[in-house]
Design a protein around this ligand. Structure first.
Ligand SMILES: C[S@@+](CC[C@H](N)C(=O)[O-])C[C@H]1O[C@@H](n2cnc3c(N)ncnc32)[C@H](O)[C@@H]1O
Length: 285
């Protein structure tokens, strides 16, 4: 059987009892290592699980899935995914491939950033569509996220923005020369995200949000040193939230008083928070 096991958000101890039992008995254990990272390294996982863990990069999962599935008709293979296996990560293609090969599948859920973000004090009921922010390049600044943010803003809902991760990336030169040399991993910060959002607004000029719009930055959700900050997008461009992973929530207009009181506790500056809030937020419809 192919088991997709959610690892939760922070460290080796966030796996569920059911997940750990599967890891201990599986023939091979893969760790999906490109859509999110745990806040501890592989060695720590292996020590806690008492099993060797094979890192599965995008290439292996997307082009070499038959290697992962080899033998899974007779024995158990565990495929570990940070967060929840189906939370903002789609491994449905791997499940479909397994089914095509007549391999049974089993999913062990866990906490996801999609629910963990509730730690900000913002109600999950009040979120609209989730969007992703990719690292902009000189001549490639995709802004499709902006249209979805607009739809959320129009109905007053919060927008969860998930931030880009680049692992096992090759420079253009190494790629062109076919050299398998990889750049160090990169994780987008809340400050970079806020700045790219403002750059997009300046480009599109549709007034979906602006420098005074409020947003919440959340870093290392679920870890003992999780950090949250609320401020205007302009303020968040300067904020240092420390180690990855980071997410950002653009505040919706229909913020409830309880949500406001909760997030105000971690305002970069209470005066600018109050001024912006009084101007743009708290509408009941
Ligand atoms: C593609 S999503 C993968 C989600 C994962 N499967 C889950 O269920 O949580 C990865 C993005 O979610 C956000 N993220 C994941 N874990 C996080 C954490 N502990 N704290 C803050 N943001 C997190 C980051 O923006 C990261 O780049």
């Amino acid at each position: 059987m192919l088991h997709l096991v959610g690892l939760g958000l922070a460290d080796e101890k966030d796996i569920t009892v059911r997940g750990l039992e599967i890891v201990k008995k599986a023939e091979r254990v893969y760790l999906e290592a490109y859509t999110a990272i745990l806040l501890v390294d592989k060695v720590k996982l292996e020590a806690f699980y008492g099993r060797p863990v094979i890192e599965a990069d995008r290439e292996l999962v997307e082009s070499g899935s038959d290697d992962i599935l080899a033998g899974a008709d007779k024995t158990d293979i565990a495929f570990l995914v940070v967060g929840d296996p189906f939370g903002a990560t789609t491994h449905t293609d791997l499940v479909l491939r397994a089914r095509e090969l007549g391999i049974q599948t089993n999913v062990v859920p866990n906490a996801s950033i999609m629910s963990g973000i509730g730690c900000t004090g913002l109600q999950l009921y009040n979120f609209g569509q989730t969007v992703s922010m990719v690292f902009f390049l000189e001549n490639w600044k995709p802004s499709s996220f902006y249209d979805r943010v607009r739809e959320n803003v129009q109905i007053g809902l919060h927008t969860l923005v998930l931030l880009d991760i680049k692992v096992k990336e090759q420079s253009m030169e190494n790629l062109a020369r076919g050299r398998r040399i990889f750049e160090p991993p990169r994780y987008m910060t809340v400050a970079q995200c806020a700045s790219q959002m403002l750059e997009t607004e300046e480009e599109r000029k549709e007034g979906v949000y602006g420098p005074d719009s409020l947003a919440v930055g959340a870093a290392r959700v679920g870890a003992p040193d999780q950090k949250m900050v609320v401020g205007t997008l302009k303020e968040l461009c300067e904020v240092d939230m420390g180690e990855p992973l980071h997410s950002l929530v653009l505040l919706g207009r229909r913020t409830h008083d309880l949500e406001r009181d909760f997030i105000r506790q971690y305002a970069v500056n209470e005066a600018t928070f109050d001024a912006s809030y009084a101007k743009y937020y708290g509408a009941s419809s």
